[in-house]
Structures are given as structure tokens and as C-alpha cells.
Design a protein around this ligand. Structure first.
Ligand code: CUA
Length: 167
């Protein structure tokens, strides 16, 4: 078989481009660890309490180590359940010292909600059937608002809580 000179050039270019594409893809997937959100961990939306982290008593902020926290949240229409305080009142404000890392874990029993701590890179979608999680470091003191950035119904704008990062 005889290949025309230009055919050869374009063939080489085409294969080269494919290799570059695959290398970039592999770099993103394996080296940078870019996975679909929360690695696709599933949960039964009708029975979220079957999961230890989302039992009523385990909701909210828990200190797990020096500067390390876990925040378990149930997002539902139209509320973020961050557990209750000593008086049994719903928690709407959490406090952490500057430099802390929080592992955010959120689920929803109803519809898609957003989970965005405005001004930080904490931003995820909370979908029924999945556990959304991400780790975020808080290095700037101040008060941040946790809000829902996915339209979820008439009470959408009422879904918020505050996160205070102290000096
Ligand atoms: Cu929940 Cu918008």
C-alpha cells in the first residue's frame, strides 16, 4: 500500500493528537484524582438514617482531631439540618478556628439541593441517592454563609446557615 505524503503527515498528526488527549485525560483522572463528585457513593434517600453519619445524633459539626472536623448535613426542602444544640434547638451557626479542615458530607431525602459556602471553594450538589462530600480548608477568618444554589422550590431562599471562622 502506498500512502501519499500528506496522508502520512495528517495520520501522524491525528494519532499524535489522540495520544495527547489520552495523556491529559489519564493525568486528570489518575494523577490529579479528578473523580465524579463523591466517587458516586450511594445511599437510600428513603432511609438516610441507615447511614451512621446521617443519624439524627451524628448530624452537625464534630471535632475529630486538632484542626480537623466533620460536618454531616441533611439538606431538605427547605432546611439544612446541622443537628441540635444542648437545648434541643436546631443549629444554624457553626464555629471553627482559622486553619481548620472540614470534611463536608451531605445528603438529601427529597430533591436536588446546592451546598455552597459562599466565598470559599466549598461547593457541591446534593442529589437524592448520593452522599456528596468534599474536604475544605478555612484559612481566612470571617463569617461565611452556607446556602443552597440549586433552585429547589418555594422555600429555596430560606435554606442557609452560617459558618464562622475565628482567629
Ligand atoms: Cu435547596 Cu434551593
Amino acid at each position: 500500500m502506498h500512502l501519499h505524503k500528506y496522508e502520512k503527515i495528517w495520520l501522524t498528526f491525528g494519532i499524535g493528537a489522540l495520544i495527547v488527549f489520552l495523556v491529559v485525560l489519564a493525568f486528570g483522572a489518575f494523577y490529579l484524582g479528578t473523580h465524579p463528585q463523591s466517587h458516586g457513593i450511594t445511599i437510600d434517600p428513603e432511609n438516610i438514617e441507615a447511614e451512621e453519619s446521617f443519624k439524627k445524633e451524628n448530624l452537625g459539626l464534630t471535632k475529630v482531631d486538632e484542626g480537623k472536623y466533620v460536618l454531616n448535613v441533611v439538606a431538605s426542602a427547605f432546611n439544612y439540618d446541622l443537628g441540635t444544640d444542648e437545648e434541643g434547638k436546631p443549629v444554624k451557626h457553626i464555629q471553627i478556628p482559622k486553619g481548620s479542615t472540614i470534611l463536608l458530607q451531605a445528603v438529601t431525602p427529597d430533591v436536588v439541593h446546592g451546598f455552597n459556602i459562599a466565598g470559599t471553594n466549598a461547593n457541591m450538589m446534593v442529589e437524592p441517592g448520593f452522599i456528596s462530600s468534599m474536604e475544605v480548608e478555612f484559612n481566612k477568618a470571617g463569617e461565611y454563609t452556607l446556602l443552597c444554589n440549586e433552585y429547589c422550590g418555594v422555600g429555596h431562599h430560606m435554606m442557609f446557615a452560617t459558618v464562622e471562622v475565628t482567629e
